[in-house]
Every structure is written in structure tokens, then in C-alpha cells.
Write a protein that binds this ligand. Sequence first.
Ligand SMILES: O=C[C@H](O)[C@H](O)COP(=O)(O)O
Ligand SMILES: C=C(OP(=O)(O)O)C(=O)O
Ligand SMILES: [Mn+2]
Length: 475
Amino acid sequence: MTELSANPAPSMTGPLTSSLGSPLTSTAQSGAANYPGLDDWRQLPISQQPTWTDRGVFDASVKELSVLPPLVFAGEVDILRERLAAAAQGKAFLLQGGDCAETFEDATADKISARVRTILQMAVVLTYGAAMPVIKMGRMAGQFAKPRSSNEETRDGVTLPAYRGDIVNGYDFTPESRAHDASRMLKAYHTSASTLNLIRAFTQGGFADLRLVHLWNKGFTENPAHARYESLARDIDRAIKFMASCGADFEALKRVEFFASHEALLLDYERALTRIDSRTGLPYDTSGHFLWIGERTRELDHAHVDFLSRVRNPIGVKLGPGTSGDDALRLIDKLDPNREPGRLTFITRMGSKNIREKLPAVVEKVTASGAQVLWVTDPMHGNTVTSPNGYKTRNFDDVVDEVRGFFEVHHALGTVPGGLHMEMTGDDVAECLGGADPIDQDAFLDRYESVCDPRLNHMQSLEMAFLVAGALTKR
Ligand SMILES: O=C[C@H](O)[C@H](O)COP(=O)(O)O
Ligand SMILES: C=C(OP(=O)(O)O)C(=O)O
Ligand SMILES: [Mn+2]
């Protein structure tokens, strides 16, 4: 423990050091060992990395990760890039959602199923309302590493390392649990694999068949959004029956594409899962289909931007209210120098109070440069507040207002509002205030489950989908 508290600033370990504070041994190199540039990030400033307690465990974990099978196939990643290119042109819409922080404990069939069903329901609402394809993507099967504002947490006079996601340490407030344990990277890999396996089974094996559109609503608490969904599902049912009587073939309705994404924060993990694709000879980070760089780690000349500039996956970057048009242009030059459709997504999270004022200048500058990025709204992270009874929360009205602001800005500029990025769950939790069947802060006492940021619950998520479908119809 002293080792951890003696070095409370694992971020910015500086040039020529790894996240262990000293040069890594060759055991840290992955399958793509000699590919030029993939390890350049190790020479650059890096923030938000763990301070692992045991070098032996670290070396062994990275070595094992680097020979484990990839979690996703490079061909799927290429398909996603094409889908995102369509979204950037206004021909599809990206729906990306899931926990702020997945946990190992919650990687159960029930919870994964509720989340997938909720995303499928939202996608149906959006597809039906907006009459355009929806790209379905989970913040799932890998969303285990969290950047934090503070390295430490103090409770009742006791100070311990902050929780940094299950891939780094445990949520329990004990010195043992909060120690940074590199073997957790292996557990994160295996939990991602089993989550992805279940998602693939659900989405390819019949569960996502559009003819089961009613079934996805079953088991969720009845509420206004639930009822509205039922009515829409009845319309879809009628349309399907009508088409069936006309002899239509429903093969295409049986399966859906579902992509996995997470914040690529823990670069030792991401590097170990980076492989050279045998078809193209190029490096892919096979820990997920889509990876994003967070607001806290998007400095241009730092490690995260450098590493992600070198993999073929589609990349997202979160843009907070302090982003200038020039910042955005420099990120484009570094991450998408060839201006490749679908390569780069900007996920704006400016806050409902800032979006209308700050977003236009950034979008205008990017548009004037000729770059075609995909613009996505994250209406969660700029709207975090503390409730009077001490919970980290968000007001549903602020979240809605940021989404509205995002659409207004893009409508006014004639650009494409191409997606929604949400922290949500299929469970009936109480973490965000408000909604049609309003959550108040007293409900937090029993139903606040998130280990990091507050999520929209099942009903609030569906409500959001109806709202966005309305905005897309106008588009
Ligand atoms: O999910 C995002 C960040 O990890 C989170 O907002 C950080 O929250 P903190 O300010 O409580 O550290
Ligand atoms: C850390 C996150 O967001 P941001 O980087 O936008 O703060 C997140 O998406 O959980
Ligand atoms: Mn979050």
C-alpha cells in the first residue's frame, strides 16, 4: 500500500517510462512486436494509467494477453467503418450505449440481456421513427477502465486509491481491493470474451429477430415509455404480417449487427491485444470494434492519441466544452490524415449550458476544412451534478436539453447529427433524476447501483429514443 500512496500521481509518468515508471521488458511486446510505431506511445507523456504493485504479475499478464485470441475480427471492424461512414453522410444513425463502468460481477446473462434488449428497443424506435438504419453499439464487452478526477478517495477520514475500473482495482473500499492489480487485465479479457459471446449469440441466434419486437419489452417495469413502445411494436407487427402475406422474405430480420466499444484508456492492455491482420498486413486493436479517446487523455502529442493513430479501428474522441476548432483540426490531422470516411467520430459532451454556444465554431471549422467526421452527442458527461443527498447524478431534463441543442446546432449549420452516446442500463435503477415517471433523490437510497457515473434506466432510455426519433424525423 505504501507503494501506492507514495506515488499518488500515476498520470504523466513522463518520457521513457511505462506505467510502471520504468522501461518495459520485451515480454510486454505483443504479437505485432515489430510493427513500426506501435510502441512509440511508450516514449510520450501518458495520463490516467495505474501504478501496478507487482512487476512480475504485470509482465506475466501482458505476455499472456498478447497470445490470447483476438476478441473481434478485423473484417468486422472494417464493416463498422463503412457503417460509420454512412452515418457521417446522414444515411444511418449511431446508437452507442451501456454502463459508465462495466463490472465483472454484473457480467451476468440477465444484466447483459436487459442491456442488449434495451438497445434493440431503442434502435427499433429510432429506425421506425426516422426511417433510417441504426448502427447498434454497446459500451460493452470491455468498458472496464475509468479515468478519474482524483487519484484518491477519502471516506470517514480514510484515504485510499480511487476506483479506476475493474480492470485496475476493486470497488470495495479496502486497501487490498483498491490496490492496482495487473492480473485484472486477464479477468477483463475473459469477461469481455464471455460478454461478447452472449451478445453474438443473442444477436445472431434469433433473440434479435424483429418479429420478437414485443418480447423485448417483457419483464421490464410498466411505465409510460413502455406503453408507447408497445403501441409502436404493434404497428411493426402489423407491417410485418402485411409483408408476410405479400410473400416477403424475412431472412434479413433475423439477425442484427452489434458492435462492441470502450474507452481505450489502459494502453498496456490495448497494445497487448493489437494484432496484425493477415488480410491487410495492418494493425488492429482487437479488444473491441470501436475505441474512443476520453476527454482527459486527448492531448495531441501524448500517448493515447499517438497509439490510436496507428490502429485501423474506427476511433472516437470525446470533445468537452474547452475544445477549439483548431484542436479539432489538429486531431483530424493526426487521427485521420487521409480523411477516410468512417475513421473518425467526434463525440461532443459540452453540457446543456454550453452546447449551443460552443459547438457551432468547432463544427464550422471542421466542415470548412473539408473533413467529414461523424458527429455524435454524449449528453451525459457535461451534465453531471451532485444531488442534495450526495449522489453523483444527472437531470434527465439537462440530458434532453443537450440532445436538443446538438440537433439544433447541426440543423442550423446544415451538418449531420449522426449519433447518440449514452450511459444507460436495461435495469430499473434510480441514478438520474426526472423522466416521465420521475426519479427523485430518495430513490437513490435503494436503487443507485453504478460504481462510477449515473446511467439512464430502462424507461429513461426508451424515452430518450422517442425524443431522438422525433428530432431525426425533422432532419
Ligand atoms: O466516466 C467518466 C469518468 O470516469 C468519470 O466521470 C470520472 O468521474 P470522477 O470525477 O468522479 O472521477
Ligand atoms: C470518461 C468518460 O467520458 P469523458 O471522457 O467524456 O469524460 C466516459 O465516457 O465514461
Ligand atoms: Mn462516465
